[in-house]
Design a protein around this ligand. Structure first.
Ligand code: FDA
Length: 370
């Protein structure tokens, strides 16, 4: 039997804790926020599950992962079909025949493809050197101007001409009338929210959970006290930023309760113009097909924000510079044989939920050899 300390009660930490306890190990989970579940935390307000840290849609093509998560919760048949609002004009996403029809009046895939090909010509033979050129080379000028430029510049806080092309190496473009954002085999929203998944994972006599506790208050004591530490916080912070700071993008959420049933008719609306300061508006009840109070709705505006120490590090910025620095921290982690780094902050990777579970189960395999 091993005594584990898991730092962070998000999906990575909870998956590890569940598997470790299942095998008879003791697990202490500490969480610095005042609640469990990390960024997948949902909270019920007026019978509506509010995604406190941004819209979370579970999607995967990995049958094992889908079956794994389904042991904890039942999913509804939600299909992500966001719409874009450009100065009051509404377009379907991802870019598909519905988008092209609204934009250009074209009805067939051949007409749409011809239009895109014609608009790409402005670049000539030039190899795209920045995000603007890359986007135009993939989808033409109209979509770039109305649906990509403003949104992306707000998201990254930089001009599209200054952003690297690699950010949009691919764009989901479909020449079919299909508004389903994901190509994955399975997707949905857990009926009753995400928090219950983590509650069930941590519900064991062998798991002790403490919230409102920061690992860094007693770092060395914790390391000495436990046989092994699974750390899902920021890897650069763990090493006291000794090799330099990794960069992140942050977000600010503004949530409002309204005395109406239906505000925007869709769970996710992207605001793609440059003037609107937020990027997305989430109306939570639509993730569960309008469940909840009929006279209320909860709406969250998502504002991209620069990150500095102390802010929530929502997105790692995986450019070459940061990836090199992360690798240096990873090399440094060999000096801490009792610590395993995991999750989107410990591994400095933009992980979706299914990828986090997969990565945690990989650590389980290495760590808890059956
Ligand atoms: P997570 O951040 O959830 O958990 C880490 C935990 O560690 C946190 O609770 C933190 O407080 C705690 N912690 C950190 N440092 C600590 C310390 N020093 N002491 C104690 N505790 C500490 N994915 C997807 O599949 N579909 C989607 O639609 C979305 N949407 C989405 C929207 C937004 C806005 C974001 C930011 C992310 C998504 N995701 C997503 C990704 C998803 O949120 C992500 O894959 C998982 O939540 C990551 O789980 P982790 O456990 O790795 O980190």
């Amino acid at each position: 039997m091993t005594n584990y300390l898991v730092v962070g009660s998000g999906l990575f930490g909870a998956t590890f804790a569940y598997e470790a306890a299942k095998r008879g190990n003791h697990v202490k989970v500490i969480e610095k926020r005042d609640h469990i579940a990390g960024n997948i935390y949902t909270k019920e307000v007026d019978g509506i599950q509010v995604h406190q840290y941004g819209a979370h849609i579970f999607h995967t093509s990995n049958k094992e992962i889908w079956e794994y998560i389904n042991q904890f919760v039942e999913f509804n048949r939600y299909t992500n079909s966001p719409v874009a609002n450009y100065k009051g004009e509404i377009y379907n996403l991802p870019f598909n025949m519905n988008t092209f029809n609204k934009l250009w009046g074209v009805a067939t895939p051949a007409e749409a493809a011809a239009k895109i090909a014609e608009q790409r010509k402005v670049l000539g033979d030039k190899t795209p050197e920045n995000l603007e050129e890359q986007a135009i080379s993939l989808i033409g000028t109209d979509i770039y101007k109305k649906l990509i430029k403003g949104y992306t510049e707000k998201q990254w806080g930089q001009k599209a001409t200054e952003l690297p092309a690699f950010i949009i190496r691919r764009l989901p473009v479909r020449l079919t009338y299909d508004n389903n954002y994901f190509n994955d085999t399975y997707q949905g929203i857990p009926i009753g929210g995400y928090t219950q998944i983590i509650e069930k994972m941590l519900d064991s006599d062998l798991i002790d959970v403490e919230t409102g506790v920061d690992f860094f208050d007693k770092k060395q004591e914790y390391i000495d006290q436990y046989d092994k530490v699974i750390f899902t916080g920021m890897i650069d912070q763990f090493f006291n930023y000794q090799l330099g700071e990794l960069e992140y993008r942050s977000l600010r959420f503004e949530t409002e309760e309204m005395d109406i049933d239906n505000y925007q008719g869709n769970a996710v609306v992207n605001y793609t113009d440059a003037e609107t300061p937020y990027t997305r508006v989430i109306e939570h009840k639509h993730f569960e097909f309008g469940k909840g109070d009929k006279n209320k709705t909860i709406v969250t505006k998502e504002y991209p924000a620069n990150w500095s120490r102390g802010d929530e590090p929502y997105y790692p910025i995986n450019n070459d510079k940061n990836n090199r620095l992360y690798k240096a921290y990873r090399d440094l982690s060999s000096t801490e044989p009792k610590v395993v780094f995991g999750g989107r902050l410990g591994q400095y990777r933009y992980y979706d939920m299914h990828q986090v579970i997969h990565a945690a189960l990989q650590v389980v395999k290495d760590e808890l050899k059956d």
